[in-house]
Unconditional design. Structure first.
Length: 392
């Protein structure tokens, strides 16, 4: 596995903005296949090394999911709250336009929504930020756009596009609960982060009967009292810009760090990188950690958690629901349904979790080592379509 973990990225584009002077990067980790995929973020203080690590994580997501594509990541070092964000995003995307058209399937990431990406792409004459899929998959533009348009189809209170990654994260959590032999309706879960990913995971778990007993956002935490689970549906209805509303009667509000102290079956960091570090590992009393945010658990923290017998699912697996949804959307030869896409994501994610944890148990190694071992066994098919069954 050293070839994936230690090698340098195969393509790097560095951008310096001519108007405001900020930096940006597109990093394509590998060029082994016809397509690469990964999100675009807007993050104050973003550095090149972070983008490299995120791109590598995307390659691992593709390998563990059996998708015949490579990892990529892009982003700009820019304040997402600045009024100039829209134009800054447009100028950066203009600089990487040829890659978007030919190879790079762009997705939403930290502080960036899919609509923002597609709005900028439209101004650049690009039909979709995922147009590279059409070329790699051999789909004509009208039919590609028909399938792509399914991301706007409703799923309860949101759309398929907005729930897919969080749905996959919830499926990873459910897979861990199954491995631990904890019935869903008896399970207790705490989630750090209430943005698109965290709230979608919370909603999906809530619908499955899991008790959500703690949530946090960038300002505060909300912890249930009197053994009553939080009313996730009501909180989502009242949420604004990823912030938990101050309306829950059965919960107690506190500082955001209190989310680590909750006794639960599974803790889900779904907000930022480096959320679980050696300094806060001791406060965690969960039986398992299922990170949805990229690089949410540091390597040292993961080792400490393993020493304590706490299962830690690798972030590149728990966070690959978006990639799995693309496979479920564009892979089938017949036109998929929205529910079919979600069912496929859930089934495959649970299967991956089971396979990794069984390998971990059998070989007496941490789940990350087991997942990396499985990634190293993945075959490379340079000319194959990225999604769906392998052509004969």
């Amino acid at each position: 596995m050293a070839d994936i973990l230690d090698k340098k990225p195969e393509c790097v584009v560095e951008y310096t903005d001519s108007v405001e002077g900020f930096k940006g990067w597109l990093v394509i980790d590998a060029l082994a296949h016809k397509l690469c995929a990964g999100g675009l973020r807007v993050q104050k203080g973003l550095i090149y090394d972070t983008v490299v690590h995120l791109a590598r994580n995307m390659t691992l997501k593709m390998r563990i999911a059996g998708i015949r594509a490579d990892g990529a990541k892009s982003g700009i070092d820019y304040d997402p709250h600045s009024p100039g964000k829209t134009e800054a995003l447009y100028r950066f995307m203009r600089s990487i336009r040829p890659y978007i058209l030919e190879r790079y399937s762009v997705g939403p990431d930290l502080n960036v929504k899919l609509k923002e990406l597609d709005d900028a792409a439209s101004k650049l004459g690009i039909p979709s930020v995922k147009i590279a899929i059409a070329k790699a998959q051999g789909l004509d533009l009208p039919y590609f756009l028909e399938r792509y348009g399914m991301l706007e189809n409703p799923v309860d209170h949101v759309t398929l596009g907005r729930i897919r990654s969080g749905f996959g994260l919830a499926a990873a959590c459910l897979g861990v609960l199954e491995f631990l032999k904890i019935p869903e309706k008896e399970a207790v879960v705490a989630i750090q982060g209430f943005g698109g990913l965290g709230s979608a995971a919370a909603y999906t778990l809530y619908q499955s009967g899991v008790k959500i007993v703690g949530l946090s956002d960038e300002e505060k935490s909300l912890i249930s009292t009197n053994e009553h689970p939080l009313d996730v549906k009501a909180l989502i209805r009242g949420s604004n810009h990823g912030l938990i509303p101050r309306m829950q009667r059965s919960g107690q509000y506190g500082n955001r760090g209190e989310i680590y102290n909750i006794k639960c079956d599974v803790f889900i960091p779904a907000a930022i990188e480096n959320a679980v570090v050696p300094d806060n590992v001791g406060a965690i009393s969960a039986r398992a950690i299922v990170p949805g945010a990229n690089l949410a658990v540091t390597e040292e923290a993961e080792r400490l958690l393993h020493d304590r017998g706490i299962i830690t699912i690798p972030d590149f697996m728990a966070g690959c629901g978006g990639s799995l949804s693309m496979d479920a959307l564009f892979g089938p030869r017949s036109h998929p349904s929205v529910q079919g896409v979600l069912d496929c994501v859930g089934e495959r994610m649970r299967g991956m979790v089971k396979k990794v944890l069984e390998r971990s148990q059998k070989d007496d190694i941490p789940p990350r080592a087991a997942a990396l071992s499985l990634c190293s066994e993945a075959s490379i098919y340079p000319q194959a379509k990225p999604y769906g069954p392998l052509d004969e």
